[in-house]
Design a protein. Structure first.
Length: 286
């Protein structure tokens, strides 16, 4: 019976799909554990460094350190969007792209020109398809980001800010709260905002020279903030992929159950029909 063959082929296809999604779920679970460890390791240092830089801020320092300048009016801003190179992660990439699109629309509405810098193939493909000019793109970031990766992402926009080509730098990435909570968000990397307890450089004893120390400290702060965003984004991607693949595996199981019942009913009906034909034939012979 042709119907039986079709159902059997569908059952085999769904079984193969479930095996693939189950494997991807296990791989994502393994990568998520390592990614979560990197997020936890990056957090304390990033928070401490951010606090030091913010507390050092003083208006007079901007004359010596371009990265500390605070423009009176923002005319051009850089937007750095972090997405993934791969899909099959639920709404992970779509949510990040939506967040970046809303930010760009808001900045455009305020009359601020924007330079768009994108990490990840998914974000690049989206904005290229829509004809949006991309200032720079990066598809070389792996599942295990490094400080060198962070430097490659931030170096260009850091120099643009220091040399006055842009007046602000916004970073769009996922905040990793847990494997199930990874909302997209926007962080303003530059200009650096002072804290309530900011102090003058005169309040610190610095060695080596203050100029050399702060120059390196500010670059380290931006590189580390970018690194933290990269590792959180990587962890969020694996969490989203694990959730998506688990859902796909569960759905495949439900489909298999339905198809198996359908196949069994069809087989039962066929057998019943054959028995009825045999009984009818025997009765006719009598």
């Amino acid at each position: 019976m042709a119907g039986d063959s079709d159902v059997k082929r569908r059952i085999k296809s769904v079984e193969n799909t479930r095996q693939i999604t189950r494997t991807m779920e296990l791989v994502a679970t393994s990568k998520l554990k390592k990614a979560t460890d990197r997020v936890r390791a990056a957090g304390p240092y990033a928070d401490a460094l951010s606090g030091v830089v913010a507390s050092l801020y003083a208006p007079e320092l901007a004359e010596h350190f371009p990265l500390l300048r605070s423009p009176e009016k923002v005319r051009r801003a850089a937007v750095v969007l972090m997405t993934a190179n791969r899909g099959l992660a639920g709404g992970f990439n779509a949510n990040l792209i939506k967040e970046a699109r809303l930010l760009l629309e808001r900045l455009d509405g305020e009359g601020i020109a924007t330079d768009l810098h994108i990490v990840g193939k998914k974000g690049i493909a989206y904005f290229r398809f829509r004809g949006r000019e991309i200032a720079s793109s990066n598809v070389s970031i792996s599942d295990s980001p490094t400080m060198d990766d962070a430097e490659s992402v931030i170096a260009g926009v850091r120099d643009d800010f220091a040399e006055g080509r842009v007046d602000a730098v916004h970073l769009v990435s996922s905040e990793f709260r847990s494997a199930l909570s990874t909302p997209p968000g926007v962080k303003e990397l530059l200009p650096i905002r002072p804290t309530s307890g900011s102090a003058s450089l005169d309040n610190y004893i610095l060695s080596p020279k203050a100029e050399l120390l702060l120059e390196r400290l500010l670059s380290a702060y931006l590189r580390n903030a970018t690194y933290r965003a990269l590792v959180e984004n990587a962890a969020a991607e694996q969490g989203a992929r694990r959730t998506a693949m688990k859902s796909a595996t569960d759905n495949a199981g439900d489909v298999l159950e339905h198809l198996t019942r359908t196949y069994n009913r069809a087989r039962q009906g066929k057998i019943t029909q054959e028995i009825a034909e045999i009984v009818g034939g025997a009765a006719a012979l009598e």
